[in-house]
Design a protein around this ligand. Sequence first.
Ligand code: FAD
Length: 288
Amino acid sequence: MIPGAFDYHRPATVEDAVGLLAKLGEEANILAGGHSLIPLMKTRLASPEHLVDISGIGDLKGIAVRGEEIVIGAMTTQFELITSHDLEKHLPVIAETSRLIADPQIRYKGTFGGNVANGDPGNDMPALMMCLGATYAVTGPGGSRDIAARDFYQGAYFTSLEHGDILTEVRIPIPPADHGYAYEKLKRKVGDYATAAAAVAITMADGKCTSASIGLTNVSETPLWASAAAELLVGTNLDKASVDAAVAAAEAITEPATDMRGPSEYRTKMAGVMMRRALERAQSRAKG
Ligand code: FAD
């Protein structure tokens, strides 16, 4: 199908992009990799009159270690997440998750920033960012501000971004080198969004879990941070009873829709299965 008519703009700086968005008003939309927005435009579910393409803004690209954090520019592609040495060394779960997104063609164009800013509960990066305690840096007409990933998602396609805001970068605390991690995703076929998925990050010492964080994908209107479930694991040796209790706590906060990926009850159970598998793999990777 063919999108409606629109005017195309390609600013060279964040400042110019913010100015353009303010000037053009509500009928203008940001274009990043286009792999969520363009399909919506083709089906006329979105009909922006102006597209502000931010792919020409060099400052929005790249991955760097800055102090105790990894900083990822919003226009970094999902493919670049897979090939980054800094991420491989400090946060390998990001590449693991990126490999499970869509297919290579989409990962070459689709951006990290578009994935987290879009607000689609089916996107894989948001739950991982909640799990890792990421912070989103945003610049808009009123200046710059930080928003915690855990506070960012308000509803399906509804986030803390105001019109004219641009997500510029994401900062993620570098976890201890001996942490365990995993992202487990159930999908109907390669290239599909998750029926349910879970991100887990833990640390272990002397066989006991010393910290845990869990994110869940596509089992609610927003990605979920399963903090109560994670708390049930801390101080345990991840024995079956403790894991069963944590899985039940995580399942209890899910509210998946019944859709072509299965009935709601099934998707809730699959969230639990993905979390259990992610925990097992994270434990096998944790060094403590
Ligand atoms: P765009 O499509 O350009 O933008 C998406 C939205 O975010 C737009 O509203 C745009 O205005 C806004 N936006 C983009 N960047 C910014 C920014 N920096 N600041 C503020 N707002 C911004 N994703 C998954 O996670 N898992 C999957 O399994 C998966 N499967 C897919 C399968 C198919 C067939 C397709 C077409 C897509 C799939 N995707 C999947 C989505 C893909 O990862 C998208 O690339 C991603 O969701 C959006 O990134 P983008 O750069 O393409 O953003």
